[in-house]
Design a protein around this ligand. Structure first.
Ligand code: NAD
Ligand code: ZN
Length: 360
């Protein structure tokens, strides 16, 4: 029928297992260009003073840069990091290693691209705009759920939009999946980011773009999420399964698309700077008209895990802000089309969306 299929890259190397982070040094060795070309470790500053710092295999001219994940990654921040890395060494780096949650993984991917491409970073927000391959880059997740460790995008807040650098050069060359690194994650954060994965599955499996490839990953991720959030796993099994759920959830949306929750969460985070995982949960609880089965499961998971979502974010918001949020959400056309089909515009408009926001 003349269908044009997408041909996309996958992470070529992955190591998995409790304590495997200690093999990072030997993994990086063949990627080192020469003694003066440093490895740059971008590390979530939540690890400052923690034992993880001493386990980072930084040698010779390598640099460890601590970065706060309190704010989502910005294009200007990527430009500044690239300038700093270039100014601190006369030789281009051997590679970039991101250690942290989705925020640090996205920063590492973006910096690796921008080391080999002319700035500014905002010029590459969009689809397939990156010309030169990124420098070698490694992702080490310390928080499970976003799927950023497998995805082909890095979501950045630019001067006038929040948009990913979607390209064949974005995925990591190597991922290190050590479930023990997620040990210290605060309980709420664990739930919110875990639900990002669960919601990826619901949106992918219930969307019109679904196909056997996406379903095979989405169903596995969904099963793992239910074991983690509704079952009675040991803490160790739970960490392992959520890490693999995140991976499969990310693979599932690679070949399909997210849906209503992500469109609305995007509006929330654009206007109110609510973090991605929490924003998804705040929105998803009110989406039973779109995802009845998914929302029922979500409610059971909240109850079982004793999670109470914060409220009062939008109730007193001026009308213009709600309008802007609805506008941003409605601009995510492929997400709506995936969720509701080609005739989605007849089903949703600003009023229906603002009614959902007002409940948050
Ligand atoms: P995050 O990286 O923003 O981290 C959330 C909090 O958890 C931070 O305070 C961080 O310091 C802390 N944290 C992380 N690991 C920890 C650990 N082991 N112990 C204690 N604290 C720890 O959270 P996230 O939900 O993983 O990522 C959200 C970001 O990911 C957003 O910027 C979003 O846009 C992005 N994202 C990207 C993709 C993609 O495909 N590229 C997909 C979904 C989301
Ligand atoms: Zn998400």
């Amino acid at each position: 029928k003349g269908t044009k299929y997408r041909n996309f890259p996958m992470v070529p190397r992955v190591i998995f297992g409790s304590g495997c982070f200690d093999q990072l040094g030997e993994i990086l060795l063949p990627a080192r260009k020469h003694a003066q070309a440093p490895m740059i470790f971008l590390v979530d500053d939540v690890f400052e003073g923690k034992t993880l710092m001493g386990r980072i295999p930084a040698i010779m001219e390598d640099r460890i840069i601590l970065i706060s994940a309190r704010e989502e990654p910005r294009t200007g921040q990527v430009d500044a990091l690239v300038r700093r890395i270039r100014s601190e060494s006369p030789y281009p780096p051997s590679g970039i290693v991101g250690i942290g949650g989705g925020t640090l993984l996205d920063l590492a991917k973006a910096v690796a691209i921008m080391i080999n491409n002319e700035g500014p970073t905002e010029a590459y927000q969009g689809w397939d705009l990156v010309r030169h391959p990124a420098v070698y880059h490694v992702g080490v997740p310390t928080l499970s759920g976003t799927g950023a460790e497998v995805s082909r995008t890095t979501v950045l807040l630019g001067p006038d939009r929040k948009l990913g650098i979607n390209s064949d050069h974005t995925p990591f060359d190597q991922v290190v999946l050590d479930p023990d690194l997620t040990l210290g994650v605060p309980r709420e954060q664990w739930f919110y980011t875990g639900m990002d994965c669960f919601i990826h599955c619901v949106e992918s499996l219930n969307g019109g773009y679904i196909n056997a490839f996406s379903r095979s990953y989405g169903e596995k991720a969904m099963e793992l999420c239910q074991e983690v959030f509704l079952g009675d796993l040991s803490p160790e099994e739970s960490r392992e399964n959520l890490m693999m759920a995140s991976w499969h959830g990310g693979m599932s949306i690679a070949y399909s698309q997210v849906g209503v929750a992500h469109a609305l969460s995007y509006g929330l985070s654009y206007v109110l700077h609510i973090p991605h995982g929490l924003g998804n949960c705040l929105v998803f609880q009110h989406l039973s008209e779109f995802y009845p089965e998914g929302v029922r499961l979500f409610e059971r998971m909240m109850k079982k895990q004793g999670i109470v979502l914060p409220e009062g974010f939008c109730s007193g918001l001026p009308e213009e802000e709600l309008d802007l949020m609805a506008q941003v959400a409605l601009e995510m056309e492929p997400l709506w089309e995936n969720a509701l089909g080609e005739g989605w515009r007849e089903q949703v408009g600003p009023e229906r969306i603002k009614d959902i926001y007002r409940k948050i």
